[in-house]
Design a protein around this ligand. Sequence first.
Ligand SMILES: [Zn+2]
Length: 270
Amino acid sequence: MPELPEVEITRQGLEPLIINRQIKSVHIYQNQLRWEIPSHLTNTLNNQYIEKISRRAKYLLIDFKNGQLVMHLGMSGSISVVPTSEPLKKHHHFELKLDNSMSMRFHDPRRFGSILWQNSNEQLNLLKHLGPEPLSYDFNDTCLYKSSRGKKKNIKAFIMDSNIVVGVGNIYASESLFLAGISPKRQAGKTSKNRYRILTKCIKKILLNAINNGGTTLNDFSNVDGEAGYFAQVLSVYGCNNMPCKRCDGTIKRIVQNQRATYYCPKCQK
Ligand SMILES: [Zn+2]
């Protein structure tokens, strides 16, 4: 599943290929994604220019004069920019034909992705209550500490809550907690200010590393140029069940928390 680093890499890859391009036509081949693709897009986007592409949490936001296209990759989505003449594949559900004989195509075998629209003066509900961006200044030393008071859930579930901070997915939550030396079983509301200060730094570091390395290695994601998009990345704990800890003489353990796999070292994560 594409996480924040993969989405950010997609954004960076798409930017030079689509900015200032004009949409010549819009094609919806399958509108049943997680939510239905608005049928008005074929009119709304026609002849419009792409002004900007940004990211909020795991949403890609493409700016036009009349509003914003909001895209989410879901479980298996990917976006590529290819010559319009290239044959469509089975799971290409949406296509923007550009003014340079290139096409931006959305590919999604499992169809949990989404393509939505918001007018310039509105904001979709799903974007309204998102917590701060983890790589922004808003996500500072005291941010996690303040929002954790009174929270009984475990710290891993807490940092994966997008109302608290966005974009910390399952892999990166395990990796950040390992780097910070914090047990994923610790109660969020009973974790000290100093530990949260360290954890905040670790979350930023882990995500930046992943972006710089081109994302983690996963199966079904294509980079914008059509190559495999998840580059190999060294993970310290995730997927490392029963392997020796890199930091101490302990052994990495796999547990299930909130229906998700967690990997950690019981010896050096307290
Ligand atoms: Zn250890």
